[in-house]
Design a protein around this ligand. Structure first.
Ligand SMILES: *Cc1c(COP(=O)(O)O)cnc(C)c1O
Length: 378
């Protein structure tokens, strides 16, 4: 059996080697390292894939969130509602811009922003909602957009983990995650579903004026060189990364299908288990399985850590995403972060464990993983 990786970037490179090497060498030979042709080509291709009017490339997914919030002209103290159960980047940029992160609960089944908790958190100071499509599954964008419209709030979709996902609206409309809210953001960190061979990110919107503002902010606040209209930053997608992403985008749907097959295989093995709960799949969206995250539905202290040690001993990588939720991070102490009472978030934080998932997993590896888990938790 081949060694099991949490994410197997080497095998995919071996399959695409000729295509990738040629694209990278072309960039080097052209010497157009900054804003070379592949950057615009990739932005156009991604816009077509997502069916969104504007894609603004940038340096990483954290910058994408920051630039999005800067473009909305939010003022210090404005409240931004986000789930506590997410990667730190989502909430960190809120605090960085001196806005107030307001942490809300997630749904106990699908790890995404809880709609009741969201409604209750709205105050006259609320300006924006940042739903995070965690692990590859869309939030309930129908409910979120309705609440945002009722209260005149911006919606910034953090789509770093769910690029390629679909949300199905009740009227039959199907939209790509990240292309639904006021602005969507994503990350091309190598381990993401659409990963580069280094850092990268992008911002999406259908609003022409907003697109102009986002583009300007990502480029030192200028639209004409050396004439700076607003305070911005320097956040660019590298040309070599864009050339690689152009190739990887063509395989995104095939990769999502392969991930889903692996997830189906896991689901079948854990079906109806007393303790192991497979990821819930809501009917209103297409899951893209950035992660395959189990809930160990047991109150036995230390069970998850014992399973993790057991798997590591058998050379099966496994991860806890994320061991500390936002409302318990020291960095948010001065933002009132530690005063929250989010029992569902705490409950999940103690019970989640993510298994290897990527397009290169074969049946032998999957069987070895599921057998090892079932023999431990029988
Ligand atoms: C990866 C990630 C980010 C940040 O992306 P970077 O490219 O690493 O800056 C933001 N939000 C979520 C949910 C992520 O998973």
């Amino acid at each position: 059996m081949r060694a099991i990786q949490m994410v197997d970037l080497k095998s995919e490179y071996q399959r695409l080697k000729t295509e990738i090497d040629t694209a990278v060498i072309d960039v080097i030979e052209s010497a157009a390292f900054i804003n070379g042709k592949p950057v615009q080509e990739f932005s156009n291709a991604l816009a077509a894939y997502l069916n969104v009017k504007h894609v603004i490339p940038c340096a990483n997914g954290t910058d994408a969130l920051q630039i999005a919030m800067m473009a909305l002209n939010l003022q210090p103290g404005d409240e931004v509602i986000t789930p506590s159960f997410t990667y730190i980047a989502t909430t960190e940029v809120v605090a960085l811009l001196r806005l107030k992160p307001v942490f809300v609960e997630v749904d106990k089944r699908n790890f995404n922003i809880d709609i009741d908790s969201l409604r209750k958190a709205i105050t006259p100071k609320t300006k924006a909602i940042v739903p995070v499509h965690l692990y590859g599954q869309s939030c309930d964008m129908e409910a979120i957009m309705q609440i945002a419209n009722e209260h005149n709030l911006f919606v910034i979709e953090d789509n770093a983990q769910s690029i390629g996902g679909d949300f199905y609206f009740k009227d039959g409309a199907v939209k790509k995650t990240g292309a639904i809210g006021t602005i969507g953001t994503t990350s091309f960190y190598p381990a993401k579903n659409l990963g580069a061979y280094g850092d990268g990110g992008a911002i999406f919107t259908n609003d022409d004026a907003l697109a102009q503002q986002l583009t300007m902010i990502a480029n030192h606040g200028q639209s004409k060189r050396y004439y700076h209209e607003v305070v911005g930053c320097n956040s660019r997608l590298d040309t070599i990364q864009a050339a690689i992403l152009n190739i990887r985008l063509k395989y995104l749907d095939a990769n999502i299908n392969a991930r889903t097959k692996a997830a189906d295989n896991y689901d079948a093995a854990f079906n109806d288990h007393a303790i192991i709960k497979s990821p819930f799949r809501a009917k209103n969206n297409k899951h893209v399985f950035h992660q395959y995250t189990l809930i160990l539905d047991s109150d036995k202290a230390g069970l998850r850590e014992e399973l993790s040690t057991h798997l590591s001993g058998k050379k099966i990588p496994n991860m806890i995403y994320y061991p500390v939720p936002g409302h318990r991070q020291k960095m948010f102490e001065s933002f009132g972060g530690l005063q929250y009472d989010l029992p569902v978030t705490d409950w999940l934080t103690e019970r989640v464990i993510s298994l290897p998932i990527h397009p290169e997993l074969d049946e032998e590896q999957l069987n070895y993983i599921t057998t090892s888990i079932l023999e431990f938790l029988q």
